[in-house]
Design a protein around this ligand. Structure first.
Ligand SMILES: [Zn+2]
Length: 383
């Protein structure tokens, strides 16, 4: 059953040989794209959908999200934005609520945020553990995540839980030992929060190499709050991505430009904490590959909106609208080492957004406006 989507006013493909096509059409066959090109050349199909002159683009690929959690941190955000001191437990509040939640509650939360993201055009979303921090709670977070997405990341090394505060190295032994044994079967990736107050360079290396030994591919929370060893470690270990990349020196930029590790920028975090934004411009000018993601989490970036991240990246991080939309689609696919998503090309999964706008540039030009009027995921239309 092939469906032709015709009368697409402007189609961003991310395929170098197709580029952006004015007056375009796409043929979807099953869950894949069978054809994309100028409307005048569209091949015959069983069914026909008229896009009404709207723009279309690949579905967004959100390669960094923390969706398995319970509880709420409204009061922490409210205090921060009101300039009031806030001394409650931060991430530990989420850890306690997550440990206390039932499987059904956590599953319903993940389902809600995945659906919320899909309505906004996200057709692939990565999901990390990291709010359980016990063998059982991390393994169950990954099992629940895996029932909603194939891009599952073991983040036992998110923060040292209170019961190990006096002996962080013993927690690293747990993360690289029994917890890894329980978690590796449910995950594709391993991640570590390499930051002062979380895990230092040696601890991060131990976590990532242990995970790699079990077939998990590294990704790193790197250089978010201050300069640190995370980016260089990520590149050295061949990590798929170094995420945040807010505080970089010249050696970090050179390493990212010269390696295969994608720099994943998460402007929702800086927005929601009133922090300094990373410079996407500096990375792009150096030749690094850049992805945009939401970092959706209850503490520092509670947005699931890729269009919001695109708009902020253009306004605050020096990206052009084209660069930002490409980073939110193809860039995310590269950060997940996928060549079947993030582009509209024959053989790719039929994941695309139709925008109530004449061009994908409107995603940055019209911030906060719900432009996503239709979403196709794996060949099925979701709205
Ligand atoms: Zn994160």
């Amino acid at each position: 059953m092939a469906t032709a989507i015709v009368n697409i006013g402007s189609l961003l493909t991310n395929d170098p040989s197709l580029g952006t096509i004015e007056n375009a059409a796409i043929v979807v066959d099953g869950e894949r794209i069978a054809w994309a090109g100028p409307a005048a050349a569209v091949p015959a199909a069983d069914d026909r959908v008229d896009a009404g002159g709207r723009a279309a683009a690949p579905g967004f690929v959100d390669s960094h999200a923390h969706l398995v959690f319970a509880g709420d941190r409204t009061s922490e955000f409210n205090a921060r934005m009101s300039g009031r001191p806030y001394t409650a437990g931060g991430i530990q509040v989420t850890v306690a609520a997550t440990r206390a939640a039932t499987d059904a509650e956590l599953d319903a939360n993940v389902a809600r945020y995945v659906a919320e993201a899909l309505r906004q055009g996200t057709t692939t979303i990565e999901c990390k553990s990291g709010y359980g921090l016990t063998v059982e709670d991390e393994a169950r977070a990954l099992r629940i995540a895996a029932s909603h997405t194939e891009e599952v990341t073991y983040l036992g090394a998110h923060v040292v839980p209170p019961e190990y505060a006096a002996d962080p190295d013993a927690y690293v032994d747990l993360v690289t030992g029994p917890m890894l044994d329980a978690c590796a079967p449910h995950a594709r990736w391993i991640d570590v929060f390499c930051e002062r107050g979380a895990f230092d360079g040696d601890q991060a290396r131990a976590v990532l190499t242990a995970g790699a030994g079990r077939g998990l591919v590294p990704r790193v929370h790197a250089n978010q709050l201050r300069h640190g060893p995370g980016v260089l470690l990520a590149v050295e270990l061949g990590a798929a991505s170094a995420d945040h990349c807010t505080h970089l020196d010249a050696a970090d930029v050179d390493a990212l430009a010269g390696g295969t590790t994608v720099a994943t920028l998460l402007p929702g975090a800086e927005f929601s904490t009133r922090a300094e934004y990373p410079s996407a411009r500096r990375l792009l000018d150096a030749g690094a590959r850049v992805a945009l993601s939401t970092d959706c989490n209850p503490g520092s970036s509670f947005t699931s909106s890729m269009p919001f991240c695109i708009a902020v990246a253009v306004r605050e991080m020096g990206m052009t609208p084209d660069e930002a939309v490409t980073a939110a689609t193809l860039g995310g696919a590269q950060a997940l080492r996928r060549d079947d998503i993030g582009r509209i090309t024959p053989g790719a999964l039929a994941d695309l957004v139709v925008l109530d706008a004449p061009s994908h540039v409107h995603l940055a030009y019209r911030p906060g406006v719900p432009l996503v009027s239709a979403v196709w995921r794996r060949g099925a239309r979701h709205r």
